[in-house]
Design a protein. Structure first.
Length: 273
């Protein structure tokens, strides 16, 4: 990883004019898990190298877009995201997503490949089964609030201080319900494989994503595939953040010409590490 740390952050959709500066050299678009927002990624900036621009995407219904009712179907959401980032694909970019975010990142990559004829230098998918394996037998987004909240608790991804705070939960439930509707109504469609490399991140104790299901992301690219298995449950990203970021940056440096005179030469790890 480059020695100089401290990535710039640009939250998308942008509310300012894109900078004309030639630096940074690579953009990293990030998409959170269900219920998550840009705060899931902002602390990454201090650990990322300066050649990266951290670009977390603010989905409708949260943060600065709290009053927006976003699309409830994946295809509509993807076209809206693609339009929002269309002016920022003028340099190499990578995509990272966790859980629901991994699915968004995958479908966005397919959309860009087909409609813009561009792909990311690398697609990072975290905490997700391969999309052709996704099945929803009992949708949760239609449940009454009390039963829906009990289902959310079992996911183990909502902090206790929110679960025990009535007002915060009243704000969170519509966001979670909308995100789970996106996920649970998703239908996989066969399309030509991507050509960009894919790295999957998975956790040893994840009850929602068996390792074999995470490994099957290799079906979706004709390029290189690798998987990193980290400690933790479905929300392992927070506890394994340093290791995940290190691997992510090594991959980006390998596939993108970002090395400077101060950056040490690296030897590529064996695929599948």
């Amino acid at each position: 990883m480059a020695n100089s740390l401290g990535a710039a952050i640009s939250v998308f959709p942008r509310n300012d004019v894109p900078r004309s500066s030639p630096a940074p050299k690579v953009r990293l678009f990030c998409f959170p898990s269900a219920g998550g927002g840009v705060q899931s990624f902002t602390r990454w900036a201090a650990s990322l190298p300066r050649y990266l621009e951290l670009c977390p995407f603010e989905l409708p219904g949260r943060g600065t877009r709290l009053r927006e009712a976003g699309p409830r179907r994946m295809r509509e959401l993807i076209s809206a995201i693609a339009a929002a980032i269309s002016g920022s694909l003028d340099r190499p970019f990578a995509i990272f997503g966790h859980s629901l975010g991994a699915l968004i990142g995958f479908e966005l990559t397919r959309y860009l490949k087909t409609n813009v004829h561009k792909e990311p230098s690398q697609l990072f998918v975290s905490g997700s089964r391969a999309p052709h394996l996704l099945r929803t037998e009992m949708p949760s987004y239609t449940l009454p609030d009390e039963e829906f909240q009990r289902r959310i608790v079992r996911f183990n991804g909502t902090p206790r201080e929110i679960l025990e705070h009535q007002e915060l939960m009243s704000l969170m439930l519509p966001i979670l319900r909308a995100d789970l509707e996106l996920f649970e109504t998703y239908t996989y469609r066969d399309e030509p494989r991507l050509s960009c490399p894919i790295r999957a991140f998975a956790a040893l104790q994840d009850p929602m994503v068996p390792l074999d299901d995470a490994r099957q992301w290799n079906c979706h690219t004709s390029g290189a595939f690798s998987i990193s298995v980290l400690p933790g449950d479905h929300f392992f990203v927070a506890n394994s953040e340093r290791q995940l970021i290190s691997t992510l940056c090594e991959d980006i440096e390998f596939v993108t010409p970002v090395r400077t005179a101060s950056s040490p030469s690296r030897v590529r790890r064996t695929m599948g590490s």
